[in-house]
Design a protein around this ligand. Structure first.
Ligand code: 5GP
Length: 183
């Protein structure tokens, strides 16, 4: 395994998450929100973001996986996540989304396939509003047009780990966001 390089140190992540929390708190002042985290990568971002909200906030979680051709970890590192575009729900939310303010919380926007699928799925449940918060965004990899409403950092097309993001389920607990160099 090549040596990891720090891309975004923990202090910068904390600063940006607090800015995102302040922005969301301002936009939803006086209202309640449901933070819906996309398992598993968004778990750490969600827990830090939630503590930066000056709002009545509840949590829920949703799980997805890609049909068919999720690459092996080493392929994933070389070419990024490259799904067929078919996303499968593995865990639904536990509560009704009707007339609620939903903030979908994701670790990283890459091709946009996962978030496009989740937005369509949850919009069909008639929420009052639906916004996307993503810690990271790799706009150069987009296959479907999608913009996050609250984005932490735009990053180049690198494979990153840490702060919830994994490589073969490892490194989610690293406090900094690190690049796995492609050799
Ligand atoms: P999308 O559907 O936007 O292509 O994929 C989003 C998902 O791909 C993310 O939630 C994450 O699981 C995975 N992903 C995309 N880029 C990276 C990356 O650089 N590192 C890691 N660990 N996962 C990534």
């Amino acid at each position: 395994m090549p040596e990891l390089k720090v891309l975004i140190p923990r202090a910068d992540v904390a600063q940006r998450v607090s800015e995102l929390g302040a922005q969301i708190s301002k936009d939803f002042a006086g209202q309640s929100v449901i933070l819906v985290g996309v398992l598993k990568g968004a778990a750490i971002f969600l827990s830090d973001l939630a503590r930066n909200l000056d709002l009545d906030a509840t949590f829920d979680f949703i799980g997805v996986s890609s049909y068919g051709n999720r690459p092996t970890p080493s392929q994933e590192l070389m070419s990024g996540w490259d799904s067929t575009g078919e996303v499968k729900l593995t865990k639904d939310v536990d509560q009704s989304m009707k007339d609620r303010n939903i903030i979908l919380v994701e670790d990283i926007l890459d091709t946009g396939l996962t978030m496009t699928y989740l937005k369509q799925l949850l919009m069909a449940r008639q929420p009052r509003s639906l916004k996307v918060a993503a810690l990271l965004d790799k706009p150069s990899r987009r296959k479907l047009p999608l913009e996050g409403d609250y984005v932490g950092f735009k990053i180049p097309d690198e494979f990153v780990v840490g702060y919830g993001l994994d490589y073969a389920e490892k490194y989610r607990n690293l406090p900094d966001i690190c690049v796995v160099p492609r050799e």
